[in-house]
Design a protein around this ligand. Structure first.
Ligand code: FES
Ligand code: FES
Length: 155
C-alpha cells in the first residue's frame, strides 16, 4: 500500500508516494537521490544512516519514511551552508578523521547536532554524542579531535 509523503529535505520540499513499509533511508537514497546516508547494518547499530529529523539525529534505516511526513530532514549533504563545508567536515578532513569514509556522513550529522545544542563540548560529551556511530578505521581519536577543533573554530 502506498502513502503520500510530504517532507522537507535539506530545505527542499519533496512530495512522494511511498509504500508504508519503506524506511526513511531507502526513500532518501532511492527516491530523493541523496546517497550521503549509508546503509551499513540496517539495524540501528552503526549510525552510518544517521540524519537529522526536526534537528534530532535518528537512524534512518530504522525509521519508517511515513513517520517523517510533514517533518524536516537534514542529511550530510545539507549540513554545510552556502556551498561551504560544515566546520566538522573541514576539521575531519584536516585531522585525518576520514579513512574509508563509510561512517563519515553519520559522524558529521551527529557532531553537527551536538554542536548545535552544545557549542563548546568537552571530550566526554563528544564521545557520548558519537557513541552511536561506529567507525572501523580511525580508532575514533582523530574524529573526536576534529569535533573539538570544529567547536573551537566556531567560537
Ligand atoms: S544502517 Fe542504520 S544504524 Fe546501521
Ligand atoms: S572511516 Fe572507515 S568506518 Fe570510519
Amino acid at each position: 500500500m502506498s502513502h503520500p509523503l510530504d517532507l522537507t529535505v535539506n530545505g527542499v520540499r519533496a512530495q512522494l508516494q511511498v509504500a508504508v513499509h519503506r524506511s526513511l533511508l531507502s526513500v532518501l537514497r532511492e527516491d530523493v537521490g541523496l546517497t550521503g546516508p549509508k546503509e551499513g547494518c540496517d539495524d540501528s547499530e552503526c549510525g552510518a544512516c544517521m540524519v537529522l529529523l526536526d534537528g534530532e539525529p535518528v537512524n534512518s534505516c530504522s525509521y519508517l519514511a511515513v513517520q517523517a511526513d510533514d517533518r524536516e530532514v537534514v542529511t550530510v549533504e545539507g549540513v554545510g551552508s552556502g556551498g561551504d563545508l560544515h566546520p566538522v567536515q573541514r576539521e575531519l578532513l584536516a585531522a585525518g578523521g576520514v579513512q574509508c569514509g563509510f561512517c563519515t556522513p553519520g559522524v558529521v550529522v551527529s557532531a553537527a547536532a551536538l554542536l548545535e545544542g552544545t557549542p563548546d563540548p568537552d571530550e566526554e560529551q563528544v564521545r557520548r554524542a558519537l557513541a552511536g556511530n561506529l567507525c572501523r578505521c580511525t580508532g575514533y581519536q582523530k574524529i573526536v579531535e576534529a569535533v573539538l577543533r570544529a567547536a573551537a573554530s566556531s567560537r
